[in-house]
Design a protein around this ligand. Structure first.
Ligand code: ATP
Ligand code: MG
Length: 298
């Protein structure tokens, strides 16, 4: 099921990354990538391991200062500083889960709330009425988010005791706590079983329905093509193809890049064909062997 965003008259560009390049010494991890995400959209970013997807996210969120290019959020160029990017309205989750293991589930969400609370250090130390009111509001909002992701019943558990799939969901709740207009998800279903992946899909649709645009990196193609309105494929740091799921999944360059299958006539195609033939031969032999073994035991 692809619950496409209902088109509205007022579609705006939420994220506008143009000419983003990130070099590490001699390695160009991201090369002149343009990508836009519009309001109401779920956009997918795919590509083989090492294609530059996470590096691109790091450029968007100010973790890296791009070598070239600029990133705008709702028409304003973002300074490459993570806390300013969060404040502007972009939240993210990480490929390698980054939770505070010894904090409770609720406390982890409250940490994410931090950028949206105005109360300063003195107010916190004095614990005056302003602080108490803000604290109560943050607590209520955090619990609401835990309800939303289905973890309210575990609010007091230490986050390290959660199963892996729930830790990923908790990361999403923590990101949502900063009230973002754009959510970046780096491999949200990694390590999830099929049921959890289905639930994550529904959760992302629900997030989009709340008016938050989503940009999601994933290797699970079924998940991506079912979820996204638009998909971009990065290969060796460059955007190879971008389009609707139908267009991208039937693009032979994407299939080739993803599966590591060279095109006919591509460099190394002969060698790959030899390897494939050898594998097919080995498979045929092992099948014969299996048949014989089964025959012997009967
Ligand atoms: N801080 C860094 N310093 C040097 N090289 C880096 C750095 N971060 C990433 N790279 C390199 O940039 C390239 C892109 O890596 P990146 O992690 O962005 O890929 P990815 O598409 O997210 O891959 P995966 O699907 O495996 O997560 C890789 O060659 C990686 O080794
Ligand atoms: Mg990555």
């Amino acid at each position: 099921m692809n619950t496409m965003a209902t088109p509205t008259a007022t579609t705006t560009t939420v994220l506008d990354a143009s000419g983003v390049t990130m070099r590490f010494g001699g390695l160009t991890a991201v090369r002149s990538v343009d990508l836009q995400v519009n309001s109401g959209e779920i956009v997918g970013l795919i590509g083989p391991n090492g294609a530059g997807k996470t590096t691109f996210f790091n450029c968007l969120t100010g973790l890296y200062v791009p070598t070239e290019g600029k990133v705008s959020y709702k028409g304003t160029v973002l300074p490459p500083k993570p806390h300013l990017v969060t404040q502007a309205g972009i939240a993210r989750t990480f490929q390698n889960i980054r939770l505070f293991a010894n904090m409770t589930v609720l406390e982890n969400v409250l940490v994410g709330r931090h950028t949206r609370t105005k109360e300063g250090l003195f107010s916190a130390l004095l614990r005056g009425p302003g602080f108490k009111k803000a604290e109560a509001a943050s607590h209520a909002r955090a619990m609401e988010l835990l309800e939303f992701i289905g973890l309210a019943h575990k609010a007091d558990h230490l986050s390290r005791n959660l199963p892996y799939g729930e830790q990923r969901k908790l990361e999403i709740a923590r990101a949502l706590a900063s009230d973002p207009g754009l959510l970046l998800l780096d491999e949200p279903t990694a390590g999830m079983n099929p049921q959890e992946t289905r639930a994550a899909e529904e959760l992302i649709f629900a997030i989009r329905d709340q008016g938050i645009a989503v940009l999601v990196i994933e290797h699970d193609m079924r998940f991506i093509f079912n979820l996204c309105d638009r998909v971009a494929c990065l290969v060796q740091g460059e955007k190879l193809v971008e389009g609707t799921p139908d267009v991208v999944q039937s693009d032979e360059r994407v299939v080739a890049a993803y599966l590591g299958t060279p095109f006919e006539g591509a460099p190394g195609a002969d060698e790959a064909a030899e390897v494939a033939a050898a594998e097919a031969h080995a498979d045929a032999q092992s099948t014969t062997r299996t048949d014989r073994t089964e025959g012997d035991t009967q």
